[in-house]
Ligand binder design. Sequence first.
Ligand code: IMP
Ligand code: MG
Length: 426
Amino acid sequence: MPNLVVVGAQWGDEGKGKIIDLLAEQADVIIRFQGGNNAGHTVVLDTGEEFVLHLIPSGILHPGKRCVIGNGVVVDPEALIAEIDALTGRGIPVTDQLLVSDQAHLILPYHKMLDKFKEAKVGPGKIGTTGRGIGPCYTDKAARVGIRFADLLDDAVFRQKLRYNVEEKNELFTTLYHAPTIHFDEIYAQYARARERIARYACNVTVVLNQAIAAGQSLLFEGAQGSWLDIDHGTYPYVTSSSATAGGACTGSGVGPRHIDQVLGVAKAYTTRVGEGPFPTEFPPALMEQIRTKGKEFGATTGRPRRCGWFDAVLVRQAILVNGIDELAVTKLDVLDDSPTVKICTGYRLDGRVVAEPPSTIEAWGRCEPVYEEHSGWLADTAAATGVEELPRPARAYLRRLADLLQTKISIVSVGSRREQAFRVG
Ligand code: IMP
Ligand code: MG
């Protein structure tokens, strides 16, 4: 298999976990390169067993695959340990096949507190974060006061950096948020304990991955969140704080762009979003309820109900450009099975004009009205289809129209959560 990057083409939850799980079979190394345990990648095995992974690459469910957490990921040691223990408890031991970049930044308790304080303070302008401390951790990384995994492994360095941060955050807590102060000793003890457990996974990921490339192994990069949550390319400020687009695979792992052979975008047959921010094709309440129930659209990390809407070709077209997407996987087609009509958004009406490209400001996003094409639905069960030829004619027409509008080949279609409910096209 070529070295492949898999990214979400919408606002996350496109079903990347399932697609990664399918592709992992043919890959040697599976790599997370950004985000942290804000992600929730759901994988259902042949046995019907469901796993939700937050930090460890979904490849872990395939015995013998190497799983790498790159430098671009922010790692909460407690979350990592909890995930290792949960997997081990379910018969999937996490041993030396897991590698974590010693350059990855660590999430500390004050990041999680700041995440909540910030969200509470801004009130109506809140982002609707997952509350995992992701934004504040990346803030510290950019501010050059972050603590990296390698820092934790050197006790003197860790003490010094933690002391500095506790002092800095306490000043912020008391003056800006009127919150109680935090204590060095407690955090130190907690992280020193965690160190005992996770030190064995630390390594120079750049060297390991480049050695794998030199040995002819294939790399599978597992994007988290989605293109429209990307810090640079998303609906800023309603985004996450990492590079969720394909370029992040290089910066977040230390693999050069020449080694990336292919970019696969994953898009749902409709659209969802968790948290606040613009969403032009969002359903009215009745339809929202119907699709949310049928699609089980509740966050895998926070349990929040996801907002649902029609497929938005404006979004996915731009995601194709930003990522250099070669091919698309379209997931959850079966969720539209009961819809008498299906709509595709082809452009926006903005200030009296129809535009085919996304607007530039969040204010303009708020004024966008979707322009729809309406297609007849298929009103038939697609969940058992094992090939595109088994899909009802209107479903095939729908997929063909999407590929046409997006000028991109749809190479995988998924019609349910189980491994066998997906097939290649063409
Ligand atoms: P944060 O990543 O927790 O800072 O949250 C920022 C925004 O990204 C919020 O709207 C979250 O709901 C959203 N978000 C973060 N991670 C995911 C994900 O894995 N799937 C979907 N939305 C996410
Ligand atoms: Mg998810």
